[in-house]
Design a protein around this ligand. Structure first.
Ligand SMILES: [Zn+2]
Length: 203
């Protein structure tokens, strides 16, 4: 899609898109156009997600990590890819830009490290255990980054509209509560924030 002049309607491509290389722009647009996956998470994934939500509320990091690992394993089984490693930590790190919910580290060909997910289970200020649904959404968000590389074979993982709709697809197909909150929650807000700040925050 060529640049359309200085004035662009809201909810179109973010400003930073136009600063990307042509190759990265192609990757961005490929990401933007894929709204879901060809695989459909089955009952075993849903069961693992329910169990994760239950275990998280106990506030135990080791048990939560084990339950999150099961969700990753089951989702990756359905997706037909090798699961990334996962690490669940206690209190979210915080800086001027806000609290970090999760991180995805892609495989680094120069290091002997595979893809890796880190999730935090307690809020920065009050150290409360995060809401189960928020925690699962963060996990699905980081998995969606992983799937950009492993399933969609993209060279990079951008926060495109397609990306957030794939994240929602993972939530919708694995989460016990079927109805999705309106797009005023996490992803839409993160997207708006990223559009304002011109880049990706969690990779
Ligand atoms: Zn992200």
């Amino acid at each position: 899609m060529p640049p359309s002049g200085p004035r662009k309607p809201p909810d179109k491509l973010p400003a930073y898109f136009y600063r990307l290389s042509p190759r990265a722009q192609r990757c961005y647009l490929a990401s933007d156009s894929a709204t879901n996956y060809e695989f459909v998470p089955d009952k075993a994934v849903g069961k693992a997600v329910s169990e994760l939500m239950r275990v998280l509320e106990s506030g135990k990091a080791a048990a939560t990590e084990q339950a999150a690992r099961k969700v990753v394993a089951e989702t990756c089984r359905v997706a037909g890819v090798v699961p990334p490693t996962i690490d669940v930590r206690e209190v979210r790190p915080k800086n001027a830009r806000g609290e970090l919910h999760g991180l995805f580290y892609p495989a680094n060909p120069r290091k002997p490290s595979g893809p890796h997910i880190v999730l935090w289970m307690r809020t920065a200020e009050r150290h409360d255990v995060v809401k189960p649904r928020t925690f699962v959404r963060t996990l699905m968000h980081e998995l969606a980054h992983y799937f950009d590389y492993s399933v969609l074979k993209l060279e990079d993982s951008f926060h495109t509209r397609g990306f957030f709709s794939r994240e929602s697809y993972l939530m919708r197909t694995t989460s016990p509560r079927r109805e999705e909150p309106r797009e005023t929650e996490g992803p839409a807000m993160l997207r708006a924030w990223l559009d304002r700040h011109g880049g990706d925050s969690d990779r």
